[in-house]
Design a protein around this ligand. Structure first.
Ligand code: ADP
Ligand code: 2DT
Ligand code: MG
Length: 225
């Protein structure tokens, strides 16, 4: 049986990275699990260092369209590794993926400053990721802005402002319906991430267990976007 492709999405400081680490440790106790964090800023990708510069250095100027394509290219750079892991029976946990890509770029088009025409189109934003492996399940960690703010101030990276986070939240809200429309297995689970780290972890484990036990799913090929 192949591994499961599990995506953890959410706004900044919703607890994604914390929960990805806990889930990986838990899965590793019974099976094998690898974690991919996007953007992958490591030397495993050619685009990672450019994206890191863009996120951390405000003087780096790149058109919104070009940045969007780079984030997608960064996922494509790891596609073969992800598929190889799944085929080898390993579970793959993703810390952000396609939905962050669409949401952050599209959110810029909603900003008061305005932007080029094309990023206002969700179809345009989704197009570069067409063909990438589609997660078997997406867990969206939902946390209100006040709770997230109590977890520490915004850092210095691009996008870490209240205005952008609010707009990103609005775009994310559309995906639950879109991801669950095929009438088959539920692919999107919104989880209340305001509880303790352990409570959220237990909720995530409960959801993942069901998919792990689904032999039909694990004997069928991974879907593509
Ligand atoms: P993200 O990857 O979504 O930005 P992190 O996992 O890095 O979020 O968590 C952001 C901060 O909030 C960290 O300091 C982390 O320890 C803390 N944190 C994560 N989950 C919780 C939680 N459920 N309750 C309280 N604090 C949390
Ligand atoms: P973290 O490394 O703290 O998660 O922040 N982003 C991410 C995009 O704009 N497009 C994408 O495709 C992805 C994966 C979200 C990474 C920042 O990069 C943004 C926050
Ligand atoms: Mg994180």
């Amino acid at each position: 049986m192949r591994g499961l492709l599990i995506l953890i999405e959410g706004l900044d400081r919703s607890g994604k990275s914390t929960q990805c680490d806990l889930l990986q440790s838990h899965l590793n106790s019974t099976t094998q699990a690898n974690l991919y964090k996007f953007p992958d800023r490591s030397s495993a990708t050619a685009t990672g260092s450019l994206l890191h510069s863009y996120l951390t250095n405000p003087t780096v100027q790149l058109p919104d369209e070009a940045v969007h394509l780079l984030f997608s290219a960064n996922r494509w750079e790891r596609q073969q590794d992800i598929l190889a892991d799944l085929t080898a029976g390993k579970c793959v946990i993703l810390d952000r993926y396609v939905y962050s890509g669409i949401s952050f770029t599209h959110a810029k088009s909603l900003s008061a400053a305005g932007s080029s025409g094309v990023i206002a189109s969700l179809d345009w934003c989704a197009a570069p990721d067409i063909g990438l492996p589609q997660p078997d399940l997406t867990i969206f960690l939902e946390v209100d802005e006040d709770t997230a703010a109590r977890r520490g101030g915004y850092g210095a990276e691009r996008y870490e402002t209240k205005e952008i986070q609010t707009r990103v939240r609005q775009v994310f809200a559309r995906f639950e319906k879109l991801a669950n429309t095929d009438g088959k297995l539920q692919k999107w689970h919104t989880v209340n991430a305001a509880g303790s780290i352990e409570e959220v972890h237990q909720t995530i484990r409960g959801i993942v267990e069901e998919y792990l036990a689904n032999e039909t799913l694990r004997k069928s090929p991974v879907d593509k976007f």
